[in-house]
Design a protein around this ligand. Structure first.
Ligand code: FAD
Length: 283
């Protein structure tokens, strides 16, 4: 668990704690409610061999501790924490190791998507392990290129986790207004409903989630819904109770500041931030 006041107040809402055991323990609390856990070790843009080694060790430890075939535990890795900031080859080597161990345990592995200058390499990294039904890649709806990426990934049998996107990107390559991002999100989602076997809607946006559920009454696809831990836990529980397959994305580790700043920026206005802090969303 976190010790400092700020850590407890801010990071404690969204982050399980510094250790793998904290992450597993938080995941189990969701699992008891029938909600899956996507565990993610904090840290990005790592270039130091020791830091990259620590990230790899965290994932090895989860894969050692998780029960074989557990459908309620998944892992999400950031390319730049497993070596992409050093070289694509290093990231590929480390990703191959994680995918191999996860395959032995029957655990699903996601690849997070980071800044736009990393998208090509990240797709390359992900595709280096295809075909494989137990790996998926995050795609950001704010990027204008994403519909083409999703088409190509779907044709290759990849699994997509669709998000709006969390970084600041230039207008030349990204939609900037909520309206345009949402429109592109829904278009890509519709493509996935028409063409993919299974995908993940990763959003807290009830308008988008309810639209997906409406479309799926007819399409009957395997759709997973996911939200970040501590943002709208109660909504996640409601979706689970209504029969949806849902996951909570649970970051853990000591590097909590960058992640927490992104979540605060996204809340956009103080009322949304207070909502997620006060309406406890505690599990
Ligand atoms: C599982 C998961 C994995 C992700 N992985 C990545 C990744 O790999 N790369 C990446 O770039 N981004 C990732 N993201 C972050 C994502 O890109 C967005 O930045 C983030 O999800 C906010 O977008 P939104 O879809 O929730 O919509 P927003 O437009 O931010 O919010 C839409 C609406 O949701 C509701 N809402 C949002 N927050 C709250 C709240 N606190 N309380 C009540 N209502 C609220 C409000 O009605 C709001 O208007 C991930 C998100 C999730 C959920």
């Amino acid at each position: 668990m976190f010790n400092g006041f700020m850590e407890k107040l801010v990071a404690g809402r969204w982050i399980a704690g510094p250790t793998v055991d904290d992450a597993i323990e938080r995941g189990k609390r969701f699992n008891k409610l029938g909600i899956g856990a996507i565990l993610n070790y904090l840290g990005e843009a790592l270039t130091d061999q020791k830091d990259i080694g620590d990230a790899m060790e965290a994932y090895r430890e989860i894969l050692k501790k998780v029960t074989k075939g557990d459908p309620l535990t998944q892992i999400s890795v950031k390319p730049t924490q497993i070596g992409l900031s050093v070289s694509l080859d290093l990231a590929k080597k480390n990703f191959a190791e994680i995918v191999r161990s996860a395959g032995e345990k029957g655990i699903f592995i996601w690849v997070d998507m980071e800044e736009s200058n990393l998208v090509d390499q990240t797709i390359n990294l992900y595709e280096s392990q295809l075909p494989n039904e137990n790996i998926g890649l995050c795609v950001q709806a704010y990027l204008k290129r994403s519909i083409d990426d999703v088409k190509r990934l779907t044709e290759k049998g990849g699994t997509v986790r669709l998000v709006k996107g969390a970084y600041t990107e230039p207008e030349t390559i990204a939609y900037k207004s909520k309206q345009d991002i949402d429109k592109n999100y829904v278009e890509i989602m519709q493509y996935l409903f028409d063409n993919a076997k299974r995908f993940m809607v990763a959003s807290h946006d009830d308008k988008i989630i309810e639209k997906a559920r409406e479309i799926n009454k007819e399409k009957k696809k395997e759709v997973w819904y996911a939200m970040l831990n501590g943002i709208r836990n109660q909504y996640l529980i409601k979706l689970q109770q209504e029969g949806e397959k849902v996951f909570s994305y649970i970051p853990f580790g000591k590097k909590w500041i960058q992640y927490s700043v992104r979540r605060m920026q996204e809340a956009g206005h103080i009322s949304l931030l207070m909502k997620s802090i006060l309406h406890g969303q505690k599990i």
